[in-house]
Each structure stands twice: as C-alpha cells, then as structure tokens.
Design a binder for this molecule. Structure first.
Ligand code: COA
Length: 193
C-alpha cells in the first residue's frame, strides 16, 4: 500500500454514557485496502436513498447513545464495554460513521477508524444490528469510511477480519496478506520468557 499525505480533523466528542464493565475487542486476520479510487470512492447507495428508507448517516459521534451502541455490540457477539472507555476511544478516533434509525433514534450500524491522520488508518468495531443486516448498511458504512479516509489522502487502511467476514470486505477493496505481508498481533501467551 502506498501512502499520500494529508491532514485530518479531530473528532468532536459529544456523547451520552453510563457505566458498565470493560472488555476488549478484535480478532484474527488483518486485511489491507487496495482501493484504486483515491478520494472518489464510489458509493453504492446515496445518503438520500438511505434517508428515504429511514436511515440517517452520521459522520461524528454527536448524539450517539453508547448504551445503545453496546447493545448492538452484544447482539453481534462483541463484548460489552465500559461506555466511558468507548467515549475516550472515540475522542481518539480519526473517523466515525454510524447509521441512526430514524424511527427509534437508535444506532443500527457503526464503524470507526483510528490512525495517525496522515499515512495510516485501522478500521474497528464494524457492526450492524442483526435486525438490519443484509440490507446494505454495512457496505454503506464502510464505503463512507473509506471515502472519508481516502479523501484525506490516507490510503494505507487496514482492519482485522474474522474469517467468515472476509467475503464482505473483499468487494469493498480489501485484500488479505497483500504482497505476502502478514499481520501480527502481540500476544502475551506467545512471548518467550
Ligand atoms: C459483517 C457485517 C458488518 C455486514 O453488514 P451487513 O449490513 O449485514 O452487510 P450488507 O448488507 O451491507 O452486505 C453488503 C454485501 O456484502 C455481502 N455480505 C454480507 N456479509 C457477508 C459475509 N459474512 N460474507 C460474505 N459476504 C457478505 C452481502 O451479501 C452484500 O453483497 P452484495 O453487495 O453483492 O449484495 C454484519 O453482518 C455484522 O455486523 N456482523 C457481525 C459483526 C461482525 O462480524 N463484524 C465484522 C467484524 S470483523
């Protein structure tokens, strides 16, 4: 993956939160984006079309109910996390995309990207509420996150994918082990004494 320079804006945090227990996320395989589109990453569905179906695209964390977000995390099998820690994580997040269900005001799809704001980004916490899966919301969120990052000149974009979801990411421009490069994750269990 080649890199292009750009400046990013910090995420304005304005979040509701409560209190629960902390857990961590990620998973196994790392995947890197190989999109040839630059900032012109094409969208398969417009914001207006989504809105007409009752789904509002949100590009910052304002109004995001972290308890409701936790509910979606838990519904897809992710651990529930301390909302205060989610709030802090979002403060250090480069780009966030979520979909608000207009009728209930709840988040039904979410993804975010962290990074250095210039060269590199990693996408985290990609979730769609099970009741709303399979209707294009996951794709809509990732497309917009990519468009946002590529538009800032950030083209080295990676994520961790569970094996069963590789087929979701591939058509969006992600390849596993690009040029034979393998991702590695620090693991205490593997560390030699
Ligand atoms: C993976 C996930 C985000 C996909 O979101 P979604 O809204 O259900 O997916 P979409 O409806 O946008 O699907 C977009 C396309 O990807 C395909 N797709 C969706 N999930 C797929 C999967 N697991 N494997 C292969 N293809 C998949 C769809 O068939 C669709 O294809 P099309 O564009 O040709 O019609 C969602 O299923 C989810 O939240 N899963 C649980 C959490 C999770 O595993 N997150 C990823 C962690 S790495």
């Amino acid at each position: 993956m080649l890199l292009r320079g750009a400046v990013s804006a910090p995420l304005p945090p304005c979040l509701r939160f409560g209190q629960t227990r902390v857990r961590t996320l990620p998973r196994s395989v790392s995947v890197a984006s190989s999109s040839p589109y630059g900032g012109d990453y094409p969208l398969s569905v417009s914001d207006e079309a989504l809105e007409s179906r009752g789904f509002l695209l949100r590009r910052d964390a304002e109004g995001l109910d972290l308890e409701e977000l936790n509910t979606v995390f838990v519904a897809v099998g992710f651990p529930r996390r301390d909302p205060e820690k989610i709030r802090l994580a979002l403060e250090h997040t480069q780009a966030v995309l979520w979909v608000e269900h207009r009728r209930t005001r709840r988040p039904v799809a979410f993804a975010r990207a962290t990074g250095d704001g210039v060269f590199n980004a990693i996408i985290w916490d990609v979730v769609v509420d099970p009741s709303f899966q399979g209707i294009g919301l996951g794709k809509a969120v990732i497309e917009r996150l990519l468009k946002e990052l590529l538009g800032r000149g950030i083209s080295n974009i990676a994520l961790y994918s569970e094996p069963r979801v590789l087929g979701f990411y591939r058509p969006l421009g992600f390849v596993a082990d690009p040029d034979g490069i393998r991702g590695m994750v620090y693991s205490k269990r593997q560390k030699k004494k």
